[in-house]
Design a binder for this molecule. Structure first.
Ligand SMILES: [Zn+2]
Length: 148
């Protein structure tokens, strides 16, 4: 790095340049000088940076009240926790349904031979009961889910 870069130069045009920048309009002769003078170029860059910082600070003043931001963050956190707890309930519910289905299939497989000895009419009755209870169970399941 050059040592020259750390040396602060000053220029007799600087006050005119700063006041022109504050007015927001650079006269032709000032802008021609800035293009040829490193010190005034630096001054213009620094002034632009400070102006941006000032603008950002002014924009920050237009944020909502801190209390409102805090309240919204709390609400978002609570909603996140609520959805997480509902998700765990649904996982348990689905696991219970899957377990019941597995149990039913296992029992059916284990007692399949016994079923052949049961009179056909009784088997048909059991099948009919099962078939009619399925849509009802499905309806109850979806009704319970839609409550949330
Ligand atoms: Zn200059």
């Amino acid at each position: 790095m050059k040592t020259e870069a750390n040396i602060l130069h000053s220029c007799e045009w600087e006050p005119a340049l700063v006041s022109a920048l504050q007015r927001g309009h650079l006269p032709e002769e000032v802008s021609r000088h800035v293009a040829s003078c490193p010190a005034c170029t630096d001054t213009a860059i620094v002034w632009g940076y400070l102006h941006d910082v000032e603008q950002d600070a002014a924009d920050a003043d237009q944020l909502p009240a801190p209390g409102l931001i805090w309240w919204r963050a709390q609400l978002a956190e609570r909603r996140k926790l609520a959805s997480r707890s509902v998700a765990s309930i649904q996982i348990v519910q689905n696991a219970a349904i899957a377990l019941a289905a597995i149990l039913a299939v296992t029992l059916l497989a284990l007692y399949a031979q016994t079923f052949t000895q049961i009179p056909a009419l009784l088997l048909e009755g059991i099948a009919a009961c099962f078939l009619f209870s399925l849509p009802v169970a499905g309806l109850l399941y979806f009704w319970a889910r839609s409550e949330r």
